[in-house]
Design a protein around this ligand. Sequence first.
Ligand SMILES: [Zn+2]
Length: 438
Amino acid sequence: MQDRLLRTTIDLCYRAHPFYRGRMHEAGLTPGDIGGVDDLANFPLTYKREFLNDPEAFRLEPLSELPLEARVLREVMYTTGTTTGQPAPLYTTTFDYYAYAIQAARAARVLGMGDSDVIANVFPLTPFPMGAYLRAQATAAAIGASMILAHPGRPSEALDIHRGLDEVVRLIERQHATVIWGVASFVRRILLRAEDIGADFTAVRMCLVTGESISGAMKDDMRRHLVALGSAHGRIVNRYGSTEGTTLIECEGGAGWHNPSPEQIFMETVDVETGERLEGGAPGLLLITHLMRRGTVLLRYALGDVVELDTGPCPGCRQTVDRVVAQPIRTKDLIKIKGTLVNLEALKAALDGMDGLQEYQIIVTKQQADDPFSPDQLVVRAAGSPPQAELERRIAEVAMNLVQIRPVVEVVRPDDIFNPMTDSKPERLVDRRPALGE
Ligand SMILES: [Zn+2]
């Protein structure tokens, strides 16, 4: 089935996908060369930066032979991390939306969610629609569940519609939500705040968290808070997903993240250095190939994570779908902060060129240094000639424009960042967050 669907996708891309049409011509490939997923091993990789630099080239042209639903644009979601700071659009046709509903229903069944659930969608309401926010809605629709849209997030300057943390907590309580679904650090803040103000969360049976890789220790910590709030089950489910690909789900803790729709997404791993396909589950760069999409289509696309894949029966549910069985490791240049993929290279480039700025260092850390589960925080240490307030204002403005995160700016002496007498080179980017898997 994957082979058949891939052949159709390759044929469409050859004729109507600006990026892959060019790439296949360059490589001297024709659709006849790709008979199935085995032959994909000879197809060039697509790196994230290639998509981010020209997302329009990855949108399939609406060939008149395709059914109407495969030509109509239904929604646009955005991924972040472009060199310009401008998020990249992913185009979803009606056909893609229908296909997502099928995989969402399948994933929900594995997680035990259904039409009696009341799901609180606590993903932020952002200027660029997030994939996770839209897909949570599509999931509720697919399974017939109720959904509350809590709409936290950075307030709009012009239109006051975002809800604060306490309002979100009270909404979950009043609506007797059974599932809370959002970015892990924010869901944790909700649980802590609910304890502080004595909210009744006894109806909450599960939290679905995504957007950042969380350790087993953080999961345990969240589970304790949920149980302390009177939740009978106290279940924390960690999802592993990407806007460009799909969401992988665990049937039970530790069983690995299952691909809910192998007919829609083909997964493989390759050697990070050589790009050669790996067999047998060795850790490698995860690639995804869309087998059924008609809007934005990606082939052998490197998400930027190093994972281990297993195609044997799951020890939990016995399914033989492919699973990511070890905590994914992020690659260096694009990193997730507060659940959003951020390209710190762009910020570095802007700071490198800032007038009067002598030294700087970008630090990704936790809001409370002694609390490894507190939200991520971006800190820019800076030294330069402009007055402190001006330096703070300019750096904050640049960071907001490029990575949409307000940093804490610390003004220091140049030698505090880079002392040429003692340091061989300045360290521009420091990730102080606890290592994965701890
Ligand atoms: Zn399983």
